[in-house]
Design a protein around this ligand. Structure first.
Ligand code: ZN
Ligand code: ZN
Length: 361
């Protein structure tokens, strides 16, 4: 659980942005942002944040947890949460209400506008909470570190069970079972287990395909621990890998290590993408690298910044990001190597402890 003083500080920092946003209060609806500002992990919560005061709205299913755990004024509403929030807005005579434009559903927006009438206006605000969420606190870093270690521990256990005859689905199920046995709430995303040419699909779904004794296996897995995600990809080979596959693996590893070596405060997220892509180009594999180099992670598996060439965000200490170049050749193979790293004052810490040499099973 996030310590109460930290939640309090987050709320203060976001409320301090309100004058610049020309808003008297901010309505927060996205579940990760609601969790960030309250600790609430249910499916139906809404926050009305203003300087010195926070109102939290939920439905009767969450009444007990909300009253026990959430600081500020808790409202349990029987109907739509926005209608309950509108009542508070009217009572407090708040004029300009910021809302998360990227997260507000149109019907919720309409309902709110109708409930507020002419007395207040709705002001769309950008991803201000997401921007603050890029900078992890020591407490968040500690949780991410534990999530990453748990994920690698689950991987080490499952690695021993990979052999010809098992299905992709068996491996995915075993991974998710081991994560939970080690204390994870759930996987941070649908586990990817892809054999042979199937691995050429970067987001392949595990199926009933049984491993042969001679092919690649790509595993992309992440755990969620106390709300925080980890993310790792490893590619191994059953049987002796052909020369072409070994060369591809070495190229991806070289790109991944170059990306990690380039991470330090002040460097843009986009620059890291340029670095990994340049290495793959030297190996004639840049066209086979079809996604960005990585992403921030925290309460969500994909957060800001995005390590794509257009992202101008300057990396800063406390950011948790992934470095995950990959190459995908249709009908042949896919290789990706992904670590979670933490930006430090001088460079970065690779949090993922799992080895990266090409494992042959
Ligand atoms: Zn991943
Ligand atoms: Zn990732």
């Amino acid at each position: 659980m996030t310590p109460a003083p930290e939640i309090e500080k987050r709320r203060r920092d976001i409320a301090a942005l309100l004058p610049d946003l020309k808003a008297d209060a901010l309505l927060v609806a996205s579940s990760a942002n609601v969790r960030y500002l309250s600790g609430f992990d249910g499916s139906n919560g809404l926050i009305l944040l203003m300087p010195g005061e926070t109102h939290f709205f939920t439905d009767p299913r969450y009444a007990i947890t909300a009253h026990q755990n959430i600081a500020g004024k808790v409202h349990v509403a029987k109907g739509p949460l926005v209608a309950a929030a509108a009542k508070v807005i009217q009572r407090k005579r708040l004029k300009r209400i910021g809302f998360e434009a990227g997260w507000t559903q149109y019907d919720a927006f309409e309902r709110l506008q109708k409930a507020l009438g002419r007395a207040s206006s709705l002001v769309p605000v950008g991803r201000v909470i997401e921007e603050r969420r890029m900078y992890k606190s020591p407490d968040e870093i500690d949780t991410i570190r534990r999530s990453v270690n748990l994920n690698s521990e689950a991987y080490a256990k499952v690695l021993k069970r990979i052999r010809p005859g098992v299905r992709e689905l068996d491996i995915a199920a075993e991974i998710e079972y081991q994560m939970k046995m080690l204390g994870a709430e759930k996987p941070a995303f649908d586990t990817i287990v892809a054999a042979g040419a199937h691995a050429a699909l970067p987001h392949a779904h595990p199926g009933s395909y049984r491993l042969t004794g001679n092919e690649l296996l790509l595993v992309d897995m992440g755990a969620m621990l106390q709300g925080y995600c980890s993310d790792m990809t490893r590619t191994v080979h059953l049987g002796t890998p052909p020369k072409r596959i070994r060369e591809m693996y070495n190229a991806v590893l070289e790109a991944q290590l170059a990306g990690i070596a380039a991470v330090r405060p002040g460097v843009t997220a986009g620059k890291i993408d340029v670095v990994t892509r340049r290495v793959l180009k030297q190996h004639g594999l840049d066209k086979a690298f079809v996604h960005s180099t990585g992403h921030g992670l925290g309460l969500e598996i994909h957060e800001a910044p995005r390590l794509g060439k257009k992202d101008p965000t300057k990396l800063a200490p406390g950011m948790a990001i992934t470095i995950e170049p990959g190459v995908y050749l249709e009908g042949f193979a896919g290789i990706r190597i992904e670590d979670t790293v933490l930006v430090t004052e001088t460079g970065c810490d690779v949090l993922t402890p799992s080895p990266k040499e090409f494992i042959v099973i």
